[in-house]
Design a protein around this ligand. Structure first.
Ligand SMILES: [Zn+2]
Length: 295
């Protein structure tokens, strides 16, 4: 697997002929047809090995895959029309079956998919459930792009590691609980606030917020100013996201959680108490104070 590199867009691929591995995500189940029948592919990430030895080479073929509107010709057209293309690994002069063999640690998604006329491979489509199963060269080539949609998707495909540092995963949950630091990793473990690479003033703001929680040793009833507390937590989470825009910042809203627990008794409850912070909606500076509650 030498000389393989990752492209997020067809324009980054060479015009030279070669082989490629498409990475696509299905957000909904999809019934697909192959030479041997029909089957359902479930939501998730998939890798497909193909080759491009016609005019236009790798760039031309990837451009076709990345276009949704097309007359179906190959099995994979059913998926590229329905799914989201994350990008592709390309290898000039490569052989699709050799690339496919290198993905042997990944489970086959569907027998004979894309390999009806291939004597060597049971299928050219595999499931990608865990980025750690990718060959080292493929992982390095996607780490090399270091930003963008594919990079974030790649990070999320790593199974949560309880011992991972926040920096390892660029992921943090802001959530208060008794006697913790208020920051948690993706595996759900409380970690030390010092792991969060933000300025000391913002850490102090988190400490103050946390101390308020501990001061209300009241597991049964509501904290008297629970709404304000939850708003300040959200503002903190937004400030963290502002400092670390490439990170995934998740906020656990205690006020919404209490409402959820009450509503659940009556059978109608929205699980909206934990959500990812997005910069577009909340372009707040780290110094912004808590804003009035609006819901
Ligand atoms: Zn093959």
């Amino acid at each position: 697997m030498k000389n393989i590199h990752f492209v997020e867009d067809a324009s980054q691929a060479p015009i030279a002929p070669g082989a490629y591995i498409l990475w696509l995500r299905l957000d909904a189940s999809r019934l697909v047809t192959t030479g041997v029948g029909q089957a359902i592919l479930y939501p998730g990430d998939y890798l497909y090995c193909g080759s491009a030895y016609g005019p236009g080479g790798l760039r031309g073929r990837l451009a076709r895959h990345m276009r949704r509107e097309k007359r179906p010709h190959w099995h994979i057209d059913q998926l590229t029309a329905a799914g989201v293309l994350r990008g592709a690994w390309v290898k000039e002069g490569g052989d699709e079956c050799v690339l496919n063999a290198a993905l042997g640690a990944l489970p086959i998604a569907l027998e004979r998919f894309g390999s009806s006329d291939c004597p060597r491979c049971p299928s050219h489509l595999r499931r990608l459930d865990d980025a750690a199963s990718l060959p080292e060269t493929m992982r390095r080539s996607i780490e090399a792009i270091g930003a963008g949609v594919a990079w974030r998707a790649y990070r999320l495909l790593h199974k949560p590691d309880p011992d991972a540092s926040l920096m390892d995963e660029c992921w943090v949950r802001i959530m208060s609980d008794y006697s913790c630091d208020g920051v948690w990793n993706r595996a759900g473990c409380s970690v030390e606030l010092e792991e969060l690479p933000v300025e000391e003033a913002l850490r102090d703001r988190i400490r103050l917020w946390r101390a308020h929680y501990d001061a209300h040793d009241d597991t049964e009833g509501d904290m008297p100013d629970l709404e304000d507390f939850a708003e300040e937590g959200k503002a903190i989470a937004e400030a963290v996201k502002g400092r670390l825009p490439e990170w995934t910042v998740v906020y656990f809203d205690d006020a919404k959680h209490r409402r959820y627990l009450k509503a659940r008794r009556y059978g109608k409850a929205a699980r909206d108490f934990e959500y990812e912070i997005s910069l577009q909606e909340n372009p707040l500076s780290p110094d912004a104070g808590s804003s009035p509650t609006s819901d």
